[in-house]
Design a protein around this ligand. Structure first.
Ligand SMILES: [Ca+2]
Ligand SMILES: [Ca+2]
Length: 236
């Protein structure tokens, strides 16, 4: 009896922790001078629908602009176009802010996607290697303007001397944090003294929410009806 009581208390405590957000997303950061291998099979590439951008520019210094963020390449070290970088510059100004919205394809996966994580990469031959943005998600069925804040990212370690600096920010979500998602919004910020940052890739990891097959639904309903009938007969 005592162990049952403890088990109930444990489950209750776990529920409280989860609902208060204590078990929220985890952030891992990394910095190097050698570059990163990025994903080419993430949702932003396999389930890309469309994108919209408002703000200043994602192609300062003749950089490649938005397509660089979902092409599966980190690109040559150095970032700016003259170095052969694969780069979108973002955070040009705070007025107006650079805002990028990605819409995932929900023509087949109508219930949206459960996200497990988002990883962003930056790199430059000077000081524009840090990352600073706010990440929001929109869920299937919500009003067009309803986005919920997932995370504020601000990561700019001291430069590794003598090297071309690159950074990686990996956000891992709990299973219920980013569910039924069909749009992601990135609001980019500048860093003091550096009006834009050289982003290289945005990898969005997750799975499509499966719509139950009609036959599965019928079988489930029949099973449920049988159970209710059995319970009812037993009571009598
Ligand atoms: Ca990718
Ligand atoms: Ca890229």
């Amino acid at each position: 009896m005592r162990s049952q009581y403890c088990a109930v208390l444990f489950v209750f405590a776990l529920g409280l922790l989860t609902s208060s957000g204590v078990m929220g997303e985890t952030i891992t950061t990394d910095q190097n001078t050698t570059g990163y291998t990025v994903a080419s099979d993430d949702l932003l590439q396999t389930e890309y629908g469309s994108m919209s951008f408002s703000g200043n520019s994602l192609s300062r210094e003749n950089c490649d602009g938005e397509p660089a963020l979902r092409d599966g390449l980190f690109g040559a070290l150095g970032g700016r176009s003259t170095n052969g970088g694969d780069t979108a510059t973002a955070g040009s100004s705070e007025d107006p802010l650079d805002i990028l919205i990605y819409t995932l394809d929900t023509s087949v996966n109508t219930l949206g996607y459960d996200l497990s994580g988002i990883t962003t990469y930056a790199g430059w031959d000077g000081q524009r290697y840090g990352q600073k943005y706010d990440l929001y998600a929109h869920q299937v069925g919500d009003d067009a303007s309803t986005f919920s804040l997932l995370k504020n990212i601000s990561y700019r370690p001291t430069a590794i001397a003598g090297g071309i600096n690159n950074t990686k920010v990996a956000i891992a979500f709990e299973s219920t944090e980013a569910t039924g998602v069909d749009q992601l919004k990135f609001v980019f910020h500048r860093e003091p003294g550096y009006d834009w940052i050289g982003y290289r890739e945005i990898d969005v990891m997750g799975v499509a929410i499966q719509t139950p097959e009609p036959s599965t639904l019928v079988m489930l309903s029949m099973g449920l009806i049988s159970l209710i009938a059995y319970a009812w007969r037993k009571r009598k």
